[in-house]
Design a protein around this ligand. Structure first.
Ligand SMILES: [Zn+2]
Length: 353
């Protein structure tokens, strides 16, 4: 059984969270521990759905903000349990995103009378397919639990504000041919050869760099998988290239798909999955006030995060959490201990003034 003391010092709390195994699909024990730690707090109302735990203050303040973090991690890579060394916390999930979860848990337990009402959301299933995302489930089943004027996702962002997020789209680009015996290849059409122009277009593609609300977003268009071939003596009749397009949030998902059809004109383009991005929204008063209060120069988010889901619900959202996102999902995952302390200090002062 996992026990958590959310009133313990932040880095120690983050270390104990890292040592609480919670790969996607196995967050139950950690969710139990989070729930147990929070129901003890008389200033919080605690709800649970599946392995998501939602705790809120209800002091009747004019503004309500969400602080959200996912409890799950990607699979271990020889980096479980964690360890502390020279001011750095190492281990599975340390960066993505138990450092941030520790900050939110500490605030939940210790901010008994915040200047803004706070809803703390700890959820499951973020690191796997979209259908199992706990925040998606909450948005569908308990939309009222998520009501807020601003959401702060505690995803690793180097203790600075990362605003908006890229969209992502995966498509399969397929070439077809005609099967034949390889000894009489002239009677067939080789589908693997037919995808050469697809690869050439990808290699020659110049991804956009676009300014969205004052932040520069870089796009990326890449083949991430290729599949073709029937047998060693058969001219293949089908070859598929899976392409991932990470697009700036000035484009909708539909526009991104239309762009893929344009780039791969002449080929069958089939959508596999996708999620829209979110504009940074720095001109939203709640976002601008947050950025000013935590005193961080905003930068664009490279990657998809649940800020897009909040944006789709009409709630402006930013990423703000400890840890360099480059270490997320890596074997040497790590978070600087001072960033855990720093994020907590800045959020605490914003939430109490
Ligand atoms: Zn994450």
């Amino acid at each position: 059984m996992i026990t958590l003391d959310p009133e313990t010092e932040g880095v120690a709390l983050a270390a104990s969270l890292v040592d609480a195994f919670s790969v996607s699909g196995a967050e139950g024990e950690l969710a139990d521990a989070v729930q147990a730690a929070l129901v003890r707090q008389p200033h919080l109302t605690v709800d649970r759905d599946g392995d998501a735990v939602v705790a809120r203050t209800s002091t009747g303040r004019p503004q309500r903000v969400v602080l959200a973090g996912h409890l799950d991690t990607v699979p271990a890579a020889g980096n479980f349990p964690g360890r502390r060394s020279a001011g750095v916390l190492y281990g599975l999930g340390s960066c993505d995103m138990k450092g941030g979860v520790a900050v939110a848990l500490r605030l939940a337990a210790t901010l008994t009378d915040p200047a803004r009402d706070v809803t703390y959301v700890f959820y499951d299933g973020e690191e796997i397919e979209e259908q199992r995302n706990g925040l998606r489930r909450l948005a569908e089943k308990h939309r009222d639990w998520l009501a807020a004027d601003l959401a702060v996702l505690m995803e690793p962002s180097g203790a600075t504000v990362e605003a908006g997020c890229q969209g992502t789209l995966r498509v399969v680009v397929a070439a077809t041919g005609r099967r034949a015996h390889s000894a009489r290849s002239w009677t067939g059409v080789n589908a693997i050869h037919e995808v050469v122009p697809v690869l050439e277009r990808l290699a020659a593609y110049a991804p956009r760099r676009v300014d969205v609300d004052g932040l520069e977003y870089r796009e990326g268009l890449n083949a991430v998988r290729i599949a073709g071939g029937v047998a060693g003596n058969v001219i293949p009749d089908r070859c598929e290239v899976t392409v991932n397009y990470r697009f700036a949030p000035d484009r909708s998902l539909d526009e991104a798909l239309a762009h893929m059809r344009e780039v791969f004109d002449g080929y069958a383009v089939e959508r596999v999955d996708g999620a829209p991005g979110a504009r940074p929204g720095l001109d939203e008063p709640a976002v601008a006030a947050f950025v000013a209060a935590v005193g961080a120069a905003p930068r664009p988010k490279y990657g998809w995060t649940d800020v897009a889901r909040f944006a789709a619900l009409g709630i402006p959202a930013v990423n703000f959490g400890p840890g360099d996102p480059e270490f997320a999902h890596t074997v040497d995952e790590q978070v600087p201990e001072e960033q855990i302390v720093d994020c907590e200090r800045r959020l605490r002062s914003w939430l109490t003034t």
